[in-house]
Ligand binder design. Structure first.
Ligand SMILES: [Zn+2]
Length: 245
């Protein structure tokens, strides 16, 4: 049975009106085609502006486009993609949002207990999470030889300032996905994720990627992208003072 979209709480878009129309009009296909073409010029989601206000940054529509494209290609594994989409869309409940629903709750960050706990603060500006990001950057530099800018655009949104070799970008995407993906696992806890947890998370992603590429017949791509990680993890000693723990 066809759903009746007119019962929804918003007016139908032109596309929906045409799609649910019971009669075909002249140049119906052309109209559909033009509407689909127009999708490219649609406004980017409103949460992108919320991030910009929150973090005090400005990104162009093109840069947001690069962020969404990169995330859509960040992994052939949908659970990994999902964790990136949840972060970008501000899915996780920060104190500032829960305070709007329940004014008897605190708006303050549960880690530093001094600053307002907005999503931007929890993912980036909190002094405690900054320390975590410094260690992650240091390790990514050791593994790939690439010095990541310490900015939310790069570390939280995975927007890289200069062209990167594709295999390096793929590996950095996975390592940043792991770093960001661990933050919600410590939601409402005073301590940030540890490097030991990060290493385990990247290794778990590596295993999933190995399996997925193996099944998809693209094992050579997996080997090429992950070889710096394999070399690092083979030589890594947790008590080595030259690497963060
Ligand atoms: Zn804080």
């Amino acid at each position: 049975m066809q759903p009746d979209l007119r019962r929804g709480c918003r007016p139908l878009t032109t596309f929906e009106s045409l799609a649910t129309s019971r009669t075909l009009q002249k140049k119906h296909i052309t109209t559909f085609y033009n509407l689909l073409q127009a999708q490219d010029n649609e406004q980017i989601p409103t949460y992108t502006k919320a991030w910009e206000n929150d973090l005090g940054i400005t990104l162009t529509q093109s840069e947001w486009g690069k962020i969404f494209t990169n995330i859509s290609k960040s992994s052939i594994n949908t659970t990994i993609q999902e964790s990136n989409y949840k972060r970008i869309s501000r899915w996780h409940l920060a104190p500032t949002r829960s305070y709007r629903f329940s004014p008897n709750t605190s708006r303050v960050c549960w880690r530093c207990t001094t600053e307002i706990g907005s999503p931007g603060h929890l993912w980036w500006t909190c002094i405690i999470i900054q320390n975590y990001w410094e260690k992650i950057c240091s390790l990514i530099n050791i593994i790939t030889g690439y010095e990541l800018p310490t900015s939310p655009e790069t570390l939280v949104f995975m927007l890289y300032p200069s062209p990167l070799a594709k295999s390096t970008r793929v590996l950095i995407n996975h390592m940043l996905t792991a770093a960001n993906g661990l933050i919600p696992t410590k939601w409402k806890q005073s301590n940030p994720p540890t490097i030991r947890e990060w290493l385990a998370k990247v290794e778990a992603i590596r295993q999933m990627e190995e399996l997925s590429h193996s099944l998809n017949g693209t094992y050579d791509k997996y080997v090429f992208a992950w070889s710096p990680w394999d070399k690092f993890i083979k030589d890594y000693k947790p008590d080595n003072m030259s690497t963060p723990t």
